[in-house]
Design a protein around this ligand. Structure first.
Ligand SMILES: [Zn+2]
Length: 60
């Protein structure tokens, strides 16, 4: 996925349990992903957000 913060940086999330940090993705009945924990971009625009039910939810 590319960063929703507007900087366009490509975000690679590790789902590999042997690597940290890693994220878990749960998909609901409609196939909408919810990811945890939140995603914090330390580079680029340093945005911080959650993906809940396929939607971006900003942390402030
Ligand atoms: Zn960004």
């Amino acid at each position: 996925m590319s960063c929703p913060g507007g900087c366009g940086v490509q975000i690679s999330l590790s789902l590999n349990p042997d690597r940290r940090p890693r994220w878990s993705v749960e998909t609901d009945f409609w196939g909408r992903p919810t990811m945890s924990p939140s995603i914090h971009q330390h580079r680029a625009c340093s945005c911080h957000f959650w993906v809940k039910k396929g939607l971006i939810e900003w942390c402030r």
